[in-house]
Design a protein around this ligand. Structure first.
Ligand code: TXA
Ligand code: MG
Length: 413
């Protein structure tokens, strides 16, 4: 696997992007690239062999459709039904949030419809998305990423890029080039390194087609919040079209969940226990759990704090020897130019080693650091990770809690 750095100086030269674009046009092995949300694993969306390469590299089930990334509206117009264009309901939405972390569902043009169009003056309109992109669905998801690097890459490739998140299937999404390398080394040839992702969670997926006459839907919460969507004409009545894990019965009695309930998504190797915030329970439960672990086997305990939990201090663990090695986690593999915005302190409680990460007070920082923190704790051998949830509001917190509920094998009220 080659890793091409786009440091501030290097970003002024297009050479790495040209090389990546050339691979995208000619190879069937996907290319990893940064977006403002997470890293994507891209392939020419019009070539079946190339798109199949994505599913192969990720180990992704082929019935899960991919998002089509475009650099501008002209490129997108070449792939929608020429008679329909981009539906009116999306006009203001796209004006407000593109380029940005928003994915809209569009109808796929029917093959016969497209072929019968006399569009010799618009050669693009005769190109079709590979059927593998949509996994057989009559719609496709489209997104124009905010990352200039991503848009330039798409422009140079001259074709829309089908791209899921560039993680191995079931792992947390990658927010740094090193995360992609950890998961996909040996399966891909090139990663464009654009440093850490700004948003940290994936795009919001919306369906404004309202095929059943219902209101527009959010299919996946993400970088654009419900609150922001509602402020757009035609989207005042947008509703949640997804269900969180906690609403599906994961909410746990203490103790291991039934093995059959194990959900595999955004999952590190460690067991993740999520504490929802409203109950007022919190660090005491974590400490009780740690006590157990310490007595029984002396494992490695990860803690991800957000807003409320205090850092465990020497005073709270009377008599125990505390090792306070405070480390700024630096992305060593990416030339050190990207420093993650949180730190880890390490302490020892009895036989247990405790790795304590504070993601910061602001929801934006929690979103930015979440996937990276889960990966960092895995790298350091955590057996269990206790995560302090945040209040599930109509902002990006909804996306954070959605991902955490999926990652968790246990949820405490
Ligand atoms: O931020 C993002 O969206 C990132 C970056 C790389 O752009 N991409 C991403 O892709 O998260 P992926 O494949 O990991 O997630 C795509 C989501 C899935 O939940 C998929 O089911 C949904 O979008 N999706 C795609 N096409 C769809 C369609 N036609 N109908 C319903 N859902 C669709
Ligand atoms: Mg994904």
């Amino acid at each position: 696997t080659w890793q091409i750095s786009t440091s501030p100086e290097a970003a002024t030269t297009l050479a790495p992007l040209r090389e990546a674009a050339q691979l995208l046009r000619t190879s069937d092995i996907p290319v990893a690239f940064p977006t403002e949300t997470v890293y994507g694993l891209g392939a020419d969306a019009t070539r079946s062999a190339a798109v199949r390469g994505i599913y192969a590299a990720k180990g992704r089930p082929s019935d899960n459709p991919l998002i089509v990334h475009v650099c501008d509206l002209d490129m997108l117009r070449g792939f929608v039904d020429p008679a329909e264009g981009i539906p009116e309901i999306y006009r203001e939405l796209v004006r407000r949030f593109w380029p940005g972390p928003l994915t809209i569902l569009l109808r796929c043009p029917r093959a016969d419809n497209n072929a019968s169009t006399t569009s010799s003056s618009h050669p693009l309109s005769r190109r079709m998305l590979a059927p593998e992109v949509t996994a057989g669905l009559p719609t496709f998801g489209a997104r124009m990423p905010a990352s200039p690097l991503a848009r330039t890459l798409i422009q140079l490739a001259g074709t829309p890029l089908a791209a899921p998140s560039a993680n191995a299937s079931t792992k947390p999404s990658p927010t740094a080039a090193s995360h992609v390398l950890d998961d996909l080394d040996g399966h891909i040839e090139l990663i464009l390194d654009g440093g850490n992702c700004d948003v940290g969670v994936e795009s919001t997926v919306v369906d404004g087609l309202c095929e059943d006459g219902g209101p527009p839907l959010v299919l996946r919460p993400g970088g654009v919040s419900m609150e922001e969507l509602r402020s757009v004409p035609g989207w005042e009545g947008v509703v949640k079209g997804y269900r969180d894990e906690s609403e599906e019965g994961k909410k746990g009695a203490p103790g291991p969940r039934a093995p059959g309930m194990k959900y595999k998504h955004y999952s590190p190797k460690a067991k993740v226990v999520l504490f929802e915030t409203r109950s007022g329970r919190g660090i005491e439960d974590v400490r009780a759990e740690m006590g157990l672990l310490e007595e029984e086997k002396g494992g490695v305990v990860g803690i991800i704090r957000t807003l409320g939990w205090r850092k465990l201090s020497g005073d709270e663990q009377q008599g125990e020897e505390i090792v306070r090695e405070k480390a700024i986690v630096e992305d060593a593999e990416t030339n050190g130019h990207s420093t993650l915005g949180y730190d880890i302190s390490t302490s020892t409680i009895g036989k247990a080693r405790v790795l304590d990460i504070g993601l910061g007070q602001q929801t934006k920082m929690v979103a930015q650091g979440l996937f990276s923190a889960l990966r960092e704790l895995d790298r350091r051998g955590a057996d269990v990770v206790f995560v302090e949830g945040i209040e599930d509001r109509d902002d990006i917190a909804a996306a954070v809690m959605n991902r955490l509920r999926k990652a968790a094998s246990e949820i405490r009220a």
